[in-house]
Design a protein around this ligand. Structure first.
Ligand SMILES: [Zn+2]
Length: 298
């Protein structure tokens, strides 16, 4: 849903009502009013419009945003955010360099004190994203970083190449919520491009590392799903994603060793031994197979 003047005035009206109503019922009202800007747990919520899911955190001490979608949707996101706080964004984090996660950086930079990403995310953004809206993070980390926010603490991790060469996950430690970027395409065939330094084996390992790093109570925010209820999930979703990637790799490996051509292998309509996924764009499965084929040939 696009925010319009009426919706915005409605939310502002709700804010005025803050003195009369309790904070939690205000949050609930905002959630119901604006379906694509909603609370998922405590002070943490998501925003969806176009591109990768934005994660947000707002309390009295700090405002955090993870990923920025596109300039026009980042603008809509800010209108929602303004209805919750007058503060600037303390940190905008990027999960990886893809345009549907970072093209709103430039717009958000005037609302954010600092933009943070993994060093490889910034490196790839500079070589791979050819857009005037590309605006890489100014602060980077290599493997791990910790930021204290008073009542909350964020730990950032990079466990090597996976969906891209610069994927980071961000853990709100006290809420036990992780923004997981595009490491899980929940129920969809994933976007894979070796030119973004995607690495199938690295991705499988990354998912296993995170499965063990976090616990059964952890809530994960996923970059993409066509089902709004599957934009968040638990660590079992990581295993489903891992199983898809390894079945895909095994399938292509086996067919290759039997002497089949790339074209012959891509003629299938699904990967054996793995639940069918949705093709969110035309040829998604075919591209997955081709990328796996080229990966095995590298
Ligand atoms: Zn991506």
């Amino acid at each position: 849903m696009k925010i319009n003047r009426r919706t915005f005035l409605k939310s502002s009206g709700l804010l005025t009502g803050l003195l009369l109503t309790s904070k939690s019922s205000l949050l609930k009202a905002l959630t119901l009013e604006n379906g694509n800007f909603k609370v998922i747990k405590g002070n943490i919520g998501i925003f969806t419009e176009r591109g990768g899911t934005i994660g947000w955190f707002v309390n009295d001490d700090s405002v955090i945003t993870i990923d920025s979608q596109f300039p026009e949707t980042a603008k809509n996101f800010v209108e929602h955010l303004k209805s919750k706080t007058n503060r600037k964004i303390d940190y905008l984090f990027n999960t990886h360099h893809h345009g549907d996660h970072t093209s709103g950086n430039k717009f958000l930079s005037s609302y954010a004190n600092e933009i943070v990403a993994n060093e490889n995310c910034v490196r790839l953004q500079k070589i791979r994203i050819n857009s005037e809206d590309s605006f890489p993070a100014s602060k980077t980390f290599s493997d791990e970083m910790e930021i204290n926010l008073g009542k909350e603490k964020i730990k950032a991790y990079h466990f090597g190449k996976a969906h891209t060469g610069g994927d980071a996950v961000y853990h709100f430690v006290n809420h036990n919520v992780v923004h997981f970027g595009d490491l899980v395409f929940n129920g969809l065939y994933p976007f894979v491009n070796l030119e973004d330094e995607a690495d199938f084996e690295g991705w499988i390992k990354y998912l296993e590392t995170c499965y063990n790093k976090f616990d059964s109570e952890t809530t994960f925010i996923f970059g993409h799903s066509t089902d709004p209820n599957k934009l968040t999930g638990d660590r079992e979703n990581l295993i489903v994603m891992r199983d898809y990637l390894s079945s895909l790799l095994d399938f292509v490996k086996k067919n290759k060793s039997e002497g089949k051509t790339k074209k012959e292998i891509t003629s299938v309509s699904e990967i054996p031994n793995t639940p069918k996924r949705i093709e969110a764009w035309e040829g998604a499965l075919k591209i997955n197979i081709e990328q796996a084929y080229d990966y095995l040939n590298r």
